[in-house]
Design a protein around this ligand. Structure first.
Ligand SMILES: N=c1c2ncn([C@@H]3O[C@H](COP(=O)(O)OP(=O)(O)OP(=O)(O)O)[C@@H](O)[C@H]3O)c2ncn1[C@@H]1O[C@H](COP(=O)(O)O)[C@@H](O)[C@H]1O
Length: 107
């Protein structure tokens, strides 16, 4: 299992966004503005849907990776931390009372 985390990718995105590096896709996306970045995110979402409907596992993995990366870029541009999203998800889990059950089933 990989040890790579979305938190790590979030930090990379922040670093590359600020780099101004002409070779950086992240810097290019950020320089293009939220409209273009959000449109790209939408395209990646659609490509993920198409891949999932085609039952193409490799494509689902690749498109999901594109989707998560572009989501992190848009979150960065909007000043939303990944932690805020995770806290929202955690809150929903707590609401349904499933958090403890999930933890127990791992024991
Ligand atoms: N995870 C990604 C990542 N996923 C996708 N992409 C880029 O997103 C771009 C768009 O993807 P597409 O599939 O749409 O490919 P495309 O050829 O541009 O297609 P179209 O424009 O024709 O639609 C491509 O240039 C991909 O390289 C990514 N670019 C960067 N990262 C991460 O960000 C880090 C920093 O990258 P740079 O900012 O480029 O230094 C990298 O080390 C990676 O960890």
């Amino acid at each position: 299992m990989t040890e790579f985390t979305l938190a790590e990718l979030e930090r990379i995105v922040a670093r590359r966004a600020a780099s101004g590096d002409a070779n950086s896709w992240t810097a290019k996306l950020v320089a293009g503005g939220i409209g273009k970045a959000a449109k790209k995110l939408g395209e990646e979402a659609v490509e993920t849907v198409i891949a999932s409907l085609a039952q193409d596992r490799a494509a689902v993995v690749a498109e999901s990776a594109d989707l998560l990366y572009h989501l992190l870029v848009v979150l960065h541009m909007r000043g939303v931390a990944l932690d805020d999203v995770l806290a929202e998800l955690e809150g929903r889990t707590a609401q349904t009372g499933l958090q403890e059950k999930a933890a127990r089933s791992e024991e």
